[in-house]
Design a protein around this ligand. Sequence first.
Ligand code: AMP
Ligand code: GLY
Length: 433
Amino acid sequence: MRILVVGNGAREDALSWGLAQAPSCSAMFAAPGNAGTAARGPNWPIGATDGKALVARALEEKIDLVVLGPETAIAAGVGDRLREAKIATFGPNRSIGRLESSKIFSKRFMERMRIPTARSRVVHSLANAEKVLSDWRGGCVVKADGLAAGKGVVVAPDAPSALAVLREWYGPGGVPGGGSDVLLEERLEGREVSVFAIGDGKRFVPIAAACDYKRAGDGDTGPNTGGMGAYSPPYGFPDDLHEIVRERVLEPVTRGLAAESERYVGVLYCGLMWTASGPFVIEFNVRFGDPEAQVLVPRVRGDFARLLKSAADGELDEAAATFDGGACVGVVLATSDYPRSSTPLRDLSANVALPEGRVAFWGASSPRGEVVDAIGGRVLTVTALGNDVPSARTNAYAAVDDLARRMGSGVSLSYRTDIAKLDPETRAPPEGY
Ligand code: AMP
Ligand code: GLY
């Protein structure tokens, strides 16, 4: 199978790495790709949202499977275009992308299908928000409707703080993502976990779960980021986590999509808050997470390419690959100014090879011979496997030290030191994670 991965982040590097090892893969391509994908096959200089150019090149190169990495490609309708050209594609069509690209669309869908989710109200203006918040009790999560690259959600402890956010959004700052609709949501208490399911157009199969760390600093402090680390499998959740999610979330999603004659082919990322009464959906994403993909792919046993191709062909072969190859921890190394800005780092060493069981995945970057220019804030995700989460964590931080030393003292990268840190007695993550 000749496989194209679309995107240029560490998620796409991980997908390409996993697919390249699959027995059924004969050649790997990426568009636009990064320093990691370039080591496995050609990077095409085509942007992830340029459906027309991607279709033309995929036909020319006789691509058998396209895997869409980022939500921007899905929201741009790249999946629709590839399917129109009869190219097998793992990643949903644009209409389904609204489950992620519009928080209001997604909330309405969940309400119609009675999927457990936080109660909410939609507001369109400051006056409207003032009225709704005048009798609001408890914490309030303020969410801009559209895609806002991780900047569209603020968790406010109470109504006055929520109002302060809205004054900014409906004033000089503008609503992140550019629209005017904002969702105000009840703040849920619990622990977050993400469950990943693969859809083949007819059904969903949960494949794995992970926990990620969104804040920039240790102890969950500092600004929100795209994600500073992750681990899988999650600790401290019920053993039948997948079954519960299948029953309460995936089955109603399947019924809802069938009612709308939608075929979901790709990954459904269920971002959950596990409350005292079980899982509530915080968000749906229509693709693998970043950095969650980086800790899921190293756990794959079997033929990852066949798994994704069978879904793209409409008949998921769930036995083709499983995600049970030990535990995996991933630590993101970011530029020291991330997420406020991200100063490109030039001339990094291209050699990030690590011993067996440890892999470093490149974020957005371009290779130049022996060196690499990093062009995004998240430079590398360093991952390691272990028999359990604590040993994977030890291995991951050993790999981080190793790489930091090799990068040299002139390169300043920052990272969290508490990814997958578990309480030594309860073996659960500290309170609040
Ligand atoms: P989202 O972009 O919707 O995933 O939200 C970003 C983060 O905000 C989530 O990972 C949660 O930590 C937090 N969050 C979102 N919605 C809620 C909610 N209803 N209650 C508590 N925390 C939330
Ligand atoms: N790590 C969160 C995301 O990919 O949306």
